[in-house]
Every structure is written in structure tokens, then in C-alpha cells.
Design a protein around this ligand. Structure first.
Ligand code: GTP
Ligand code: MG
Length: 562
């Protein structure tokens, strides 16, 4: 039975309080080139929605007067930021604002480098972004870098404020120019549908209401456009991932504590703890500041769980359901954003952090380097600061993680050099083999039957040997079309030929398989076995399968002998 949580104050403090999902605001990162007007705009947005304490504004006005400076909204924002950074008086509520029934948290990072670090480490984890571009200056280096970063982190919801329109006389032509430039850039990253709004942070145009100074623009004020951003789909509906943050011992109980990054967990659930792959059941869920037993918890909540059986588990292990486990590997490809001051070279030894796991890694290979300011590939074997690169990372231990494409919270990594964050990015597992031990399927009590019709006899009759031609390629590349055309031609030429198609097998023999790495491997294993059997029966077999893992293709080349 689950116990009430009051006995666990220490755990609660360390693991962090549960976030209440339905009150969570839309998290919007405010990005843009230096001095393009981010702080000014944020100050305006806060003021327009009544989120700024008047006393604060008055204090800044008085300060400006004393020093004989014109009042700036940026001073107000930056004053709030400074207080927040020092952790005094102002709480996170002050970057919150509400408009039209939605609530937002604006994340306006102090500096470019800090911002990138926060984005990479997940500290500035955001659902959407507000990109600020100076109408006069247009798209600049950091506009491009930030756009690339957002793309890298999977942020697809963008509102672009083309600000300082007062500096360009509210000219539609200039707005259109900037919009075209930036939309082209976004399109090259696969981001479509960004909303563009001409504004002036200083004069307050198109913040709340349509401005008479831009009669040519009628798509709504900036706040309305922010309100139009779709909420992010709930992480609770994704497969369960609970990275273990700590293991606590209370009397005889052991409590595994951590934050549920995705999915749901219920008392009684069977779980697998990777990478050791212990299969156990959840006996109880402990929550913080909750009375009474908890039977279920979901993404965003920090919990402590007890198990029906004592198994060894440690920080960095990942709890999942057996039908959708994490990927286990000691190597992966990282889509890296490099922040180190010196170029990164192959052979570098760094510390890798993925969810709660931390382990030494070596940069085994640098596969591709992209200059993010110009968005071009560099013909280089080292990664200069601020470049993006595909690198191969290898650790000493097997880690449980995910492809960022599938699950972003457990598919994101950070690289540290000593205590410093020097880079980070997304995990790509294409082509890597899942190391999870596959359940043994070998039957031991089956004697082989020796055939009395030999391969030679069959070949004699058919006029050709049996064999397998294995076509592999990406989804949609044309494997099936090629295979069936080949089948028709070969059949016409008198061959005994048959196409074994992946989609067809999934309707029958492989109907019980899904698309997890494990199931994909099993799909290929079965296909390989069937192809081999048919080849021994004298057929020429053409297969059409996406077979992403090299190891599986190799295994299909050497099926068990019959
Ligand atoms: P960093 O945080 O340093 O990157 O700058 P920022 O993007 O926050 O820019 P900030 O809001 O501090 O504004 C930079 C300068 O542009 C200040 O001098 C502002 O007064 C000016 N500025 C901002 N918005 C506007 C605007 O809409 N019109 C005009 N004319 N000037 C603006
Ligand atoms: Mg600023």
C-alpha cells in the first residue's frame, strides 16, 4: 500500500515539488540578436497585461529622472531580471502574464551565451518562442543562431515580432522584407507557419490592439498572436520515463525518487529498470505534500516509488514499462551545439549528462559541422565555438536513453568539461543497436530433420539456385516498387521468384510486432528466417524491408541453418 508523504521532507526538497499540470503556463523563450529590443518588448507585454507592479515602474521612472535619462521599458525588465538572478524578493510570478484566458511564462535570458546554455540544459525548456527582430537592422547572426537552436530543440511554434517599426516609419515594405528574409530561413529549417507582427516596443504599437500607424497590418496584436499558439501535447500521453534521481533508504524501505519526464505510472504496474533490466512491480507511490495514498502519477510530477522486490538501482537508471522500454547503448550520435571556447576535436574526453545520468565519454568521430551564423556546412574535422555538429559519442557504460525525435526529455544531452557546460544537443539513434538483452527464444528440444531432396536436386529441376536478394532503404525510397517489377521480369524469364514485403508480413506472421527497436529487430529476424527457408526451397526471394540497424542486416545475412 502507498504511504502518505509527510515522512519524506528531505526527499521532497531534493527532488523538487510536483508541478501541477493544468496550471502550467505556456513557456515562451524570448530570443533575438543583441539590442534588438527584447527587454523593451517584454516590459511592454508585462505592462499591457497588468503584470507589472506600478511601484516598480514608478521606481524606474524616478531613477531615470534623477539621472536625467529617458525612461526605458528595458530598464524595468532588466531590473526584474537582476532581482530574479540574485534570488531576492521577486519570484518567478513576475515573468508570468495572462491574456485572453491563457497564461504565459516569458523566458528572457540575460546574455546570448547564458541563453544557449539554458536552452541546451533544459533550464529554459520552452513550448514556443518569441523571436525579436529589429526592423531597421533586419535578420542578424544571432537571429539565425537562435532560430537554428529552436529548430534543434524541436520548438516549432514561433511568433516573430519585427520591432522598432517606429524607426522605419512603420513602412510595410520594410516589414515585408524582414519577414521574407526570416521566413526563408525558417523554411530551410523546416519551420512553417510562424506568425509575424510589426510592433514598436517603445511606442507600444500592435501590442494589445491594432495600431492605426500600421493600417496595412490586420492580423491582431502581439498578445493575441501569442494566444494563438497551440498548447504542447501532454507528455503524460507518451511512454513512461522516470529517470532515477536518488535512492533513499528509510528503515527497511528503499525509495527510488525522480521526476516523471513522460507517461504515467500506477501502483501495481510492471516496470523495467534500465540498463540492468530488472523487472519488478510498483508497490507504492509516494508524493510530496499530498495526503493519503497515491495510486497514479504522471509527467511533470516528482515521486518516490517502492517496489515489490529489492533490486539494485541507482541514479541515472530509467524506469519504463516493459512494452516501451528506453534504448540501451554505450554510443550514440549527438546533434551537438558546441559552446566551448576552444574547438572540439575527435578524441576529446568530456562528461556526458543525459537526464539524471552522468558518465565519462569520448568524442569518437566528428561527422558533420554546420556554421550556424551562415547556415552552411563546414568542410572541417573540428567544431569551432557556436557551430553545430553531428558527433559520435562513446561512453564506458551502457546508458538508457531515447532518440530525441521520440522523447525529448530523455533524448537530450549536455556535455561538461569539469563543471562547465560546453555543449549539448539531441540524441540520434539511427543505425545504433539496442543493447537490451533480448528474451531467449531458443528451443532446445528440437531435432533437425535431414532432407532427402538436396539443394542440387532442386536447382536441377528449377534451372537455377535459390537465394535471397535483400533490398533495403528508407521508407518511401521505392523498395517495394523495385522488388515487384523485378519479380515480374524474373518470373517472365522463368525463375521461381517471390517478393517478401515488409508491409505484407506485418499483416500476418509479424502482426504482433510494433515499431520499437526490439520489435523492428524481431521483424527483420523473422523475415530473414522466412527468406532463408524459401531460398532453401529453391526460390529466388526478393525482400523489401526498412532494416535500419546494421546488426540486424548482418544477422539476416546469416540465418540459422535448417
Ligand atoms: P540585449 O538584452 O542586450 O540583447 O538587448 P535587448 O534585445 O533586450 O534590447 P533592449 O530592449 O534593451 O533595447 C535595445 C535598444 O533599442 C534600447 O536603446 C531601446 O530603447 C531600443 N528600442 C527597443 N525597442 C525599440 C522600439 O520599438 N523603437 C525604438 N525606436 N527603439 C527601441
Ligand atoms: Mg535584454
Amino acid at each position: 500500500p502507498a504511504r502518505s508523504a509527510v515522512s519524506l521532507p528531505t526527499v521532497a526538497r531534493r527532488a523538487g515539488a510536483a508541478r501541477i499540470a493544468d496550471e502550467a503556463p505556456l513557456r515562451v523563450a524570448v530570443v533575438g540578436h543583441v539590442d534588438h529590443g527584447k527587454s523593451t518588448l517584454v516590459g511592454r507585454l508585462l505592462h499591457a497585461t497588468g503584470a507589472l507592479p506600478e511601484t516598480k515602474v514608478a521606481a524606474v521612472r524616478a531613477m531615470c529622472e534623477r539621472r536625467g535619462m529617458p525612461f526605458e521599458w528595458a530598464f524595468v525588465t532588466d531590473a526584474l531580471q537582476a532581482e530574479r538572478d540574485q534570488g531576492v524578493t521577486v519570484d518567478a510570478g513576475h515573468v508570468r502574464l495572462a491574456h485572453g484566458g491563457r497564461s504565459f511564462a516569458l523566458i528572457d535570458a540575460p546574455g546570448h551565451r547564458e541563453f544557449l546554455k539554458n536552452m541546451i540544459s533544459g533550464a529554459a525548456d520552452c513550448d514556443a518562442a518569441l523571436v525579436v527582430i529589429d526592423a531597421e537592422e533586419g535578420v542578424r547572426e544571432q537571429s539565425r543562431r537562435h532560430a537554428f537552436m529552436l529548430h534543434l530543440l524541436g520548438v516549432r511554434e514561433l511568433v516573430v515580432a519585427v520591432t522598432k517599426m517606429d524607426r522605419v516609419d512603420y513602412a510595410q515594405t520594410r516589414f515585408d522584407e524582414v519577414r521574407r528574409d526570416f521566413a526563408t530561413l525558417l523554411a530551410s529549417l523546416g519551420i512553417a507557419g510562424a506568425a509575424f507582427v510589426p510592433v514598436s516596443g517603445r511606442a507600444g504599437d500592435n501590442i494589445l490592439d491594432a495600431s492605426p500607424r500600421t493600417p496595412w497590418y490586420r492580423d491582431g496584436g502581439l498578445l493575441d498572436r501569442l494566444g494563438g499558439i497551440a498548447p504542447r501535447p501532454s507528455a503524460a500521453d507518451r511512454p513512461l520515463r522516470l529517470p532515477i534521481q536518488d535512492v533513499y533508504k528509510f528503515d527497511t524501505r528503499r525509495i527510488l525518487a525522480g521526476r516523471i519526464e513522460s507517461g504515467r505510472l500506477r501502483v501495481g504496474d510492471e516496470i523495467v529498470i534500465a540498463p540492468a533490466d530488472h523487472r519488478v512491480a510498483v508497490r507504492g507511490i509516494e508524493g510530496w505534500a499530498v495526503d493519503g495514498p497515491i495510486l497514479e502519477a504522471e509527467a511533470g510530477q516528482s515521486v518516490g516509488i517502492t517496489l515489490d522486490e529489492q533490486v539494485f538501482a541507482a541514479r541515472g537508471d530509467v524506469i519504463a514499462h516493459p512494452e516501451s522500454p528506453a534504448f540501451e547503448t554505450d554510443a550514440f550520435r549527438g546533434r551537438l551545439f558546441w559552446l566551448g571556447r576552444a574547438p572540439l576535436r575527435a578524441g576529446a574526453r568530456l562528461t556526458l549528462r543525459v537526464h539524471t545520468a552522468e558518465t565519462p565519454v569520448t568524442v569518437e568521430r566528428i561527422e558533420r559541422v554546420v556554421d550556424t551564423a551562415r547556415m552552411t556546412d563546414l568542410a572541417d574535422t573540428e567544431v569551432p565555438p557556436h557551430a553545430v555538429a553531428d558527433i559520435l559519442l562513446r561512453g564506458r557504460a551502457v546508458l538508457a536513453l531515447d532518440a530525441a525525435r521520440d522523447l525529448d526529455r530523455t533524448g537530450r544531452f549536455v556535455l561538461l568539461d569539469g563543471p562547465d557546460i560546453v555543449g549539448g544537443g539531441l540524441v540520434d539513434l539511427d543505425g545504433f543497436r539496442d543493447r537490451r538483452a533480448r528474451p531467449a527464444r531458443k528451443a532446445t528440444n528440437i531435432a533437425r530433420v535431414d532432407h532427402r531432396v538436396t539443394a542440387e536436386m532442386r536447382a536441377d529441376r528449377a534451372g537455377h539456385r535459390g537465394g535471397v536478394i535483400w533490398l533495403t532503404g528508407l521508407s518511401g525510397s521505392g523498395k517495394s516498387t523495385l522488388a515487384t517489377e523485378l519479380e515480374l521480369r524474373l518470373f517472365g524469364m522463368g525463375y521461381q521468384v517471390y517478393v517478401l514485403d515488409g508491409d505484407n508480413l506485418r499483416h500476418g506472421l509479424n502482426a504482433n510486432l510494433g515499431f520499437s527497436p526490439d520489435d523492428r529487430a524481431e521483424n527483420i529476424r523473422r523475415a530473414g528466417e522466412v527468406a532463408a527457408l524459401m531460398a532453401r526451397a529453391g526460390f529466388l526471394v526478393l525482400t523489401a524491408f526498412i532494416s535500419p540497424y546494421r546488426a540486424d542486416r548482418a544477422r539476416a545475412g546469416k540465418p540459422a541453418r535448417h
